[in-house]
Structure formats: C-alpha cells, structure tokens
Design a protein. Sequence first.
Length: 277
Amino acid sequence: MKVKKVINNNVIISENEQGSEIIVMGSGIGFKKKVSDVVDSQLIEKTYVSNDQWSVNKLTQLLSSIPIEHIQVANEIISFAKVSLGKSLSDNLFLTLADHINYAIERNNNGLEIKNALLWEIKRFYNHEFLIGREALSIIKNKLGVDLPEDEAGFIALHIVNAELNMGKVSQVSEMTEIIQKILNIVKYHFGNDIDEYSINYERFITHLKFFVQRLFSNVQLETDDLSSFMFTLKEKYLNEYQCALKIDQFIKSEFGRSLQEDELIYLTIHLKRIGN
C-alpha cells in the first residue's frame, strides 16, 4: 500500500487492492510521508472506503478536523459495543461517533451543556445501548480526562441504535423513540395506567414496538399468511385490547398517512392482552 495523498500526520489517502481510494488512519502514519511512499502497516489503526453517503472529500474533511485521540477513543467504544451486543454495526458508526465525541468534548470545554430530552425514554427502551453509552463516558474520562454528563451517554446510545438498525440518520432514531412513547401513552390512557411496567410481558411489548416502529419508518410490511379468520376471533375474544390497537392504528394513520395491516393489529392486540393480565 502506497501513499496517494497526505492529509495530516495521522490521516492519508491510499488505494486498496481493488483500486478504490481509501482513508487510512493511525498515529503518525502521515508523518514526513510523501506521495508514493510505502505505508507502514504497523501504524494502521483504521481504514475506511468511501460510499454513497461519505465521499473521499467528505471523509477527508471530517477526519482531518478530529484529533487522532478522539478517533482512537471512538474505535475503542465501538469495539466494546460490538462485543457487548454480540453483533456487527454499520461502518458509518465510526464516523458519526468520532464526530459526535469531538463535538461533545468541544462543547464541554466551552462550558456548553446540552440536555437530552429523550434520556428517560432511551434508558427505558434502549437500556443495553445506554449502558454501553455510560461505559463510553468512562472510556472518554480515562483516555482523554474529560468528564461528560449522563446526557451524552444517551446521545451515544442513539448513535449505537442507529448503527444496529442501519438507519439513515440518528435523528430518525430520536423520532422513533418519540413515536414509541406516544404509543405507550395511548396504551396507558386506554387501560387507565393499570399496567405493570416491570413485567416481562411489558418488556416484550417494548421490544415489539421497537421493531414495529422501525418497520413503519422503513416502510416494510410483515409477510404472513392470511389471518383474517383469526382476526375475527380475536376481535370477539379480546375486544378491549383490539379497541386499543385500533386507537394506535388511528395514531399511525395521522403520523404516517397509512393504516396498519391486519396482522400488525393482531400482534398488537396479543401483546396488549399480555400486558393487561
């Protein structure tokens, strides 16, 4: 691998085996390097290939403005998140998280603190990711000596959720979280708050809502067999829960401009019956 362009001491542009331009990062990797020099493979900490969302120019502009220490911390947090969650995460997480951490530290140094309006919901709906966010704050404090507030753990959690779902923007995850909370408000109002929020069935309902709302945002429909006969039985047997599901349907219609499929109504009704017991 050879140097194609030196961005700074820690970021260069090179080419991979397929001839595509790549961003190569590492502490000192560009120090005293010139075009066509061989890249020291032992200094490589991260490589990134451009995609539709991130062009080489955009990547170069972003990464050249972020201290290498912040990039290294972002890498460490992502590695911890992957192990903790036991799954792969979107490659874009590295860029968005490094950018967020850099900006959060800059705000902190200037005495500017942004409150996370969704912190309670994040803790409730994405508890695992929030705990990773708290660990991220510990990593940032240990590596960089910066003590960020708990609100930032919530913001980092949203970035991780976004990478899990491979959504386009973190703002979509925030919108999804708000929709989930509004649905829960409908449910609580319908049942008169007579719900055990600490039951396993309630946790299952929250999990169902997360995937349900993700399908709405992605405009994906469930692929199931014909359940019309089952729906008729369900309406009769679980009338109160079905009426609550219809209220959720009306809300979704007002927010997304479309009605729910019958199978979505069935699954909502079943979950509502479980949490009402």
